[in-house]
Write a protein that binds this ligand. Structure first.
Ligand SMILES: Cc1cc2nc3c(=O)[nH]c(=O)nc-3n(C[C@H](O)[C@H](O)[C@H](O)COP(=O)(O)O)c2cc1C
Length: 343
């Protein structure tokens, strides 16, 4: 029997493939200018793009953001190719929401990425709102165990749930539940959005409950509101998803808003980052790790080599930008606003 959650995973991929505007291409990072250094006083060959995140060394600060998994050859292939490429390139990777493996056990294998990526920094994933729909610490532990992950992403998607009929829209008391679960796990919890950003108020609430990692996942790239608009059986409220397709805090603004929390909170930037130059800008605004999802989807359907080519392109852009900013080590870039051009 077909599982509806599994079917939706495939439907989402078909929508993203057929609608180029599911990625909003807002290019919010283009408005940020960097200070070119004609005298970088560095040897390009000696620029060190590596960073350490959660105790693991990354060749440069890239995260292949949470996307998919489920009971289908395409979904298994995507996660395998991403994991193989992440291991080869020394970058981090997240799997997509693992909720499906609880209703449809045949989906589990697609999340068993550790066997393809023995040393990679890996993130498990569940929707935080499921904590209001019967999930608890047990499912969180299971998600971590199946993927062999180093940390658990709990995603917040109130917009996505609100624009779909019969979405899981009871978000009451969720901050407390997220923090309770986090205290009971022996691995860190990363709270992430999925494309609408995390505000200062929400970050402070999470911080007060002990959360130390936030992925702002802001607006500008993948729009779940638009994707859900396509998934609807045609009804009166059809246009809700379109009305909200650009809703949310643009990623650079979300990073700026969280600057006062940075001494207590480690930030991940995702949502519309599309180049190594965007990564440099996100780091100057305070991110320690930079995530991208949509740019990896098509190559992941093809092969690990195709994913590797995208990673290599991002890395050379990132290293070149570091050189041209006179920054010798990527670690020196986090929150370093001196590289931003202010007129
Ligand atoms: C195909 C696809 C599936 C996604 N599925 C999930 C998911 O299951 N869980 C999650 O936390 N985020 C999910 N995301 C959101 C991404 O992890 C990321 O935070 C967001 O899309 C912004 O990145 P982008 O603009 O580079 O795509 C998904 C994104 C894409 C493109």
């Amino acid at each position: 029997m077909n599982d509806p959650v599994n079917e939706r995973k495939l439907q989402h991929l078909r929508i993203i493939e057929s609608d180029p505007d599911a990625d909003r291409h807002r290019r919010y990072f283009d408005t940020i200018r960097l200070k070119h250094r004609a005298l970088p006083e560095l040897n390009l060959a000696e620029v060190d793009p590596s960073v350490t995140f959660m105790g693991k060394r990354l060749s440069f600060p890239l995260l292949i953001s949470s996307m998919t998994g489920g009971d289908d050859d395409v979904l298994r292939r995507i996660n395998r190719n991403l994991a193989v490429a992440a291991e080869q390139a020394g970058v981090a990777m997240g799997v997509g929401s693992q909720r499906v493996m609880f209703s449809h056990p045949a989906a589990r294998a697609s999340f068993e990425v550790r066997r393809h990526a023995p040393t990679t920094l890996l993130f498990a994933n569940l929707g935080a709102v499921q904590l209001n729909y019967g999930f608890g610490v047990e499912q969180c532990r299971e998600a971590l165990a199946v993927s062999g992950a180093d940390a658990l992403c709990l995603h917040l998607n109130p917009l996505q749930e609100a624009v779909q009929p019969k979405g899981d829209t009871d978000f009451r008391g969720l901050a407390r539940k997220i923090c309770d679960v986090s205290r009971q796990l022996d691995k860190p919890v990363i709270v992430k959005e999925v494309g609408a950003g995390i505000s200062r108020e929400d970050a402070e609430r999470l911080l007060a409950g002990g959360i130390r990692y936030v992925d702002v996942a802001g607006a500008g790239g993948t729009s779940w509101s638009r994707i859900e608009h396509h998934s609807l059986v045609k009804v009166e409220s059809d246009d809700l998803g379109l009305a909200f397709q650009d809703w949310g805090l643009p990623t650079p603004e979300a990073l700026r808003a969280l600057q006062p929390c940075r001494d207590r909170l480690t930030l991940i930037a995702s949502g519309g980052l599309r180049s190594g130059i965007d990564m440099v800008k996100a780091m100057a605004l305070g991110a320690s790790l930079c995530g991208m999802a949509a740019p990896f989807l098509k190559p992941a359907m093809e092969s690990a080599e195709a994913v590797g080519e995208v990673i290599a392109r991002l890395k050379s852009e990132f290293v070149t930008a570091l050189f041209l900013l006179g920054i010798g080590r990527a670690q020196e870039l986090v929150g370093n606003e001196s590289v931003l051009f202010s007129s």
